[in-house]
Design a protein around this ligand. Sequence first.
Ligand code: TXA
Ligand code: MG
Length: 349
Amino acid sequence: MINTEYIKIDDKLPLDEQLLRPVDIIKKGGLVAFPTETVYGLGASALDEEASKKIYLAKGRPSDNPLIIHISKPSDAEKYCYTNESYYKIANKFMPGPITVILKKKDNIPLTITGGLDTVAVRCPENKVANKFIELCGFPIAAPSANTSGKPSPTKAEHVFDDMNGKIDCIIDGGQSTIGLESTIVRVIDNKCTLLRPGGITINQLYELFQDIEIDKAVISKLSDNEHPLAPGMKYRHYAPKAPVYLILRDNNDSKIIEFLDNKISTNIKTGILASNEIVNRYKGKYSLSLGANNNEREQAQNLFDRLREFDKLDVEEIYVVINQKNNDLGLAIYNRLLKASGFNIIEL
Ligand code: TXA
Ligand code: MG
């Protein structure tokens, strides 16, 4: 066990001073969890091979799953990778923000960070604590989500504490992540854009820049053993609470869904229900959790991982999640995370 320092950011005090200690820790090769607008990251110097190895150890993460490097301004990408016109199109419109771009790496980025690939994922977070932290470090920060590998990503410092206390040097508490789902990951070659992971920047927003967007098969389909997703991490079961998760896709008619859930609730099994307010309000028990208002995808995205983690605390035996059909907005990211959390377990009613 190592002693994990906990630093709660106070908006009334100067930010730079509050970040001195975590910056010092990371400069000495330590691990620091920090808030971002998407989810909390588990950071180490991206130029320090030994430090980044500690990330894999703390998370229990397979070493072939590469890390994203975080920079404080988009032009810093020049130092670590070969940028192109499409990178700047994206950067000018969406950075700083919840998007990650895959580019060819330069030699200063160690292969331990990229899982042996010749490309590297680059992201410039908007969250002011994250951005200032990276700027003060003066080098790029390699950071995956700060959860134990396989668990739902952390959107609050307490989630990080639950997974990482005693395993990392420091947690910066900057409050709840505003987006709540990880960044959108894209690969851009010439003027073609491939979506590897849907996230905070939606496909509809990307269509403002690219006419043609390909969606990697792994985003909405289960791959067979001999298929490989473009983002290595997409092959692992992820975001999963302890209990099995079943997905129910909502259409125009809720009556079948309600009949099904009524039946499940009437058994002795501790049945978790996760849905928007109008469905959850029918089930007042403590195992029914709300994602938020049905027409508010922002709210649902922000709450999703917190609720999946809550089910672990409640010790439910099975979880039924009712969600809307996927769309080209945040709905695709919500759908993708739930497909992974359920292991593609969709119930047809
Ligand atoms: O919002 C986010 O992106 C958060 C915050 C902390 O920035 N980070 C995050 O990192 O979600 P992580 O490690 O949990 O997910 C990174 C994903 C993985 O699926 C990984 O396989 C993919 O990015 N990835 C990283 N480098 C890649 C590369 N060179 N080529 C393809 N995929 C890559
Ligand atoms: Mg992750």
